[in-house]
Design a binder for this molecule. Sequence first.
Ligand code: ADP
Length: 478
Amino acid sequence: MTYLADLFIDGEWRPGGGERFDVIDPADQTVIARFAAATEDDCMAAVDAAANAQTRWAATAPRERSELLRSAYEVLTEEVEQFAEIIVRENGKSWSDAVGEANYAKEFFRWFAEEAVRIPGDYRLSPAGDKRIVVDRQPIGVSLLITPWNFPAAMATRKLAPALAAGCTTILKPARETPLTAAYIVEVLRRVGVPSGVVNLVTPVPTGPLVAKMINRPEVRKLSFTGSTEVGRDLLHACADSVVSASMELGGNAPLIVLPGADMDVTIEGAMLAKMRNGGAACTAANRVYVHSSRHDEFVERMTAELAALSVGPGLDRSRQVGALVSIAERDKVAELVDTAVSEGATLVHGGTSSEKGAFYDATLLTGVRHGSRITSTEIFGPVVTVVAYDDVDEAVRMANDTIYGLMAYVFGEEREAVAVARRLEAGMVAVNRGVVSDPAAPFGGVKQSGLGREGGSEGILEFLEEKYIALTEPRIG
Ligand code: ADP
């Protein structure tokens, strides 16, 4: 397969002024493309193009914007295999994870095609009866969208779709590890007829300084970022300088609590999804499992059997359930976290090694992990289950909340008790007796240092809209 590997600025694919960088297949470490690097001039050209297209795009009828998004959804549906293959090649994930992501990603175009024509406003009489208060919602303006490598398709569409639906023009900056998926999505938007300048794609080198320069252009009014809390903090500082609105989906450290009354079949199925989907490389992945001591041995035994049945290997081999991590560096980071946990007294029950060449790490389970140790306070981003036993539900809730993060939490138990625990957890999202929450129709986002704002649902489009209050004089009768 040949890949689009250029920048997309003002409706044209361009080679960019910088020296191209390698995109590597994590499974075999081969170079699959050399992607264009954007210089400062390229980044500024992208901002110019988006700024020039903004007024016209905002004035485009919502139905027209909606139909373009719907067409993109249709194309991605027809080309789902090609879409998934690009994801696998540059990200390394398993085939089923890639198809799952491709299907999830395209749904954002369908969902926001439906939201584009339902942007709400408000109209009310002032308390004094002297005026009508009209509240209009207008597109916020040029939006910079920065995405990570773990879901290169879904994180791009989760931002592009609401921005475009709202009437904002965009500059997409994908992660350097995974620009090919982004380029493919942008090409689909071009093919269906999204006008020049409305969607631009840049991969700036060096990233930080050039992103800051784009944020500081007065035309840029929105930053929507998904990535690490560390980079998110820096970007919030950059946004402060020109008071840019920021939506942030940052790191997670999701607890998964197994209550004494949990149905173990439901728990194992949910825990496998919560932990192993995307090979654990998800900000929503269950990072720490707190199991009531009365259910501990049963949970460990059954989880271990499930993990042992997984086959780790290249994502293009459709028989494998766990693919590669995105890079050798990521694999080594996971290995180091596991080794440190073991040296601190955790027991390695399963895995702990890498059987394939490339960026692979075996499905792994650790018990006797100490709450507060490095592995329970770091986003693992790999296929590693860490089990902490507890005796008292209040203690489990305390440990679950004992983190700077607050994105996701999972609770398994008798439903009334599980919902009561869910209410006490400091997280933007809680899954009760299930392993996956993501849905284009639901508001995705975190509390504490996991983020600001929500993506998806009816909330997602609001991040790209601003209220405008127009005052009208109310005629006095009599
Ligand atoms: P991850 O753990 O997913 O690699 P990062 O926060 O490092 O998370 O990366 C997420 C996105 O942020 C990527 O597109 C990456 O290129 C980008 N990025 C990394 N550093 C910076 C920075 N200093 N300024 C702006 N964007 C950055």
